[in-house]
Design a protein around this ligand. Structure first.
Ligand code: SF4
Ligand code: SF4
Length: 420
């Protein structure tokens, strides 16, 4: 796509990066067919190719409007379009650049500003968020339906292993997961323990930075990345093999630390090493598949009634990290039956803070996703459990169904501990 950058952006690194991305786009529109917001609205400007045109116009000097901002805001950053694109257009990076330029020129309304500020200040602070979540869980039966859907019942991490192994891996707790679903990292610690690996946690590590990054606060996201690198660095230096991500939304962000801190001479190299050491938990288990299989062989067959599972692969896993099929293989190896999922490439509508900022679109996408996962309510092949790989997706889906929604590693943990 030929582009003539305006003076204000021509000599900036963002402008040059955007131009290089735009040059790759051949306007074919293949991406449009797999875009969830295009499917909902049927408007070219709510699909990737239309958004690329809007960003190109801004880069060429056209003044963006509130309508431009709305079409960019409606994008989930699910990156399904990147998976579809035959030309390798790095759409999400272009969107980051475009959003920052539009936000610099189009002021947001007061309510929008307040909501975004509250989200940036509150959610990434694990202590604050955890306290509020506990209070919400205590009064959960009294909460209005919309809020109740976002407050899971109180749960615990379960018994944590006390054995210490020579092999060690670091796990990121993250900001919301410990308060909402503590059993996910508890299950990971127990499964790794069975594989002869001790799970460590950098005490001062916290939010991966994705939330603030996607709300446009790049400096705060860089601070989050530096704090996590400082927390993990001594453990990596002491021999920890990997940094394990149990939330794919965090994984895609941590894998991008090298890019995020590329202009910081003090952290550039450390960020690159951290990014290289980062593994989704499905990659970790896949690499240990033979050992896992040996353990599974010693266990009785799983309960046939509880075996049917529908797996929702988060966008941050299948599109953001391009990891496909590993969690599914692990579940099948553990004796679970995976049920067919319609439109498995589509987003569930969670997308970080999207479910709050674009609540109506998010709800429609969630209901469509649940229909694709659960199929016909009368079918005897209907799944008994939905499994996923990201806390945001799990919370989003759980808010719209009575079918249990879990992280897939919890199912492996249940199987290994004889509860399935
Ligand atoms: S990231 Fe997702 S919602 Fe955004 S344009 Fe691409 S496919 Fe559509
Ligand atoms: S599929 Fe790729 S090349 Fe084709 S319009 Fe979409 S972004 Fe451009």
């Amino acid at each position: 796509m030929e582009t003539h950058l305006a003076d204000f952006v021509r000599d900036t690194s963002a402008g040059q990066e955007a131009e290089a991305i735009l040059r790759k786009c051949v306007h074919c529109g293949f991406c449009t067919a797999t875009c969830p917001t295009y499917q909902l609205f049927g408007d070219e400007l709510d699909g990737p190719r239309g958004r690329i045109y809007l960003i190109k116009q801004v880069l060429e000097g056209e003044t963006p409007t509130a309508k431009t901002q709305m079409h960019l805001d409606r994008c989930l950053t699910c990156r399904a379009c990147e998976t579809t694109c035959p030309s390798g257009v790095h759409y999400s990076r272009l969107l980051d650049i475009g959003r920052a330029m539009v936000d610099a020129q189009v002021p947001r309304g007061r309510v929008d500003v307040l909501t975004r500020t509250a989200l940036k200040s509150f959610v990434p602070r694990a202590m604050l968020f955890g306290t509020a979540m506990k209070l919400g869980q205590m009064v959960r039966p009294l909460l209005p339906r919309a809020i109740k859907a976002k407050v899971p019942p109180l749960s615990s991490a379960g018994a944590l292993p006390d054995a210490t192994h020579a092999r060690k891996m670091i796990a990121l707790a993250g900001c919301v997961q410990p308060a909402m679903y503590p059993n996910i990292n508890g299950a990971t610690a127990r499964v790794l323990d069975r594989l002869g690996i001790t799970m460590l946690q950098g005490q001062t590590a916290g939010c991966c930075g994705a939330l603030r990054f996607h709300l446009g606060d790049v400096a705060a996201a860089q601070d989050d990345a530096r704090r996590n690198i400082d927390a993990w660095w001594p453990l990596l230096e002491a021999g920890a093999e990997s940094i394990v991500m149990t939330a794919s939304g965090c994984g895609v962000q941590v894998r991008d630390y090298a890019h995020l801190l590329q202009d910081d001479p003090n952290y550039r190299q450390k960020a690159a090493r951290v990014a290289l050491a980062t593994r989704d938990v499905s990659e970790v288990l896949s690499a240990e598949a033979a050992r896992l299989q040996d353990i599974l062989k010693t266990l009785p067959s799983p309960d046939a009634m509880a075996r049917r599972v529908a797996f929702h692969s988060p966008c941050t896993l299948q599109h953001g990290q391009q990891i496909r099929g590993l969690a599914e293989q692990m579940l099948e190896a553990a004796g679970f039956q995976l049920t067919p999922v319609a439109d498995s490439h589509l987003c569930c509508g969670s997308a970080g803070t999207y479910s709050i900022l674009q609540a109506e679109i998010s709800r429609q996408l969630r209901d469509n996703k649940l229909a694709g996962l659960l199929g016909d309510a009368a079918s005897p092949a209907r799944p008994q459990t939905i499994a996923s790989a990201n806390v945001g997706c799990i919370s989003q889906l759980a808010g719209g169904t009575s079918v249990p929604v879990k992280h897939w590693i919890e199912l492996i943990d249940e199987r290994l501990s004889g509860n399935r």
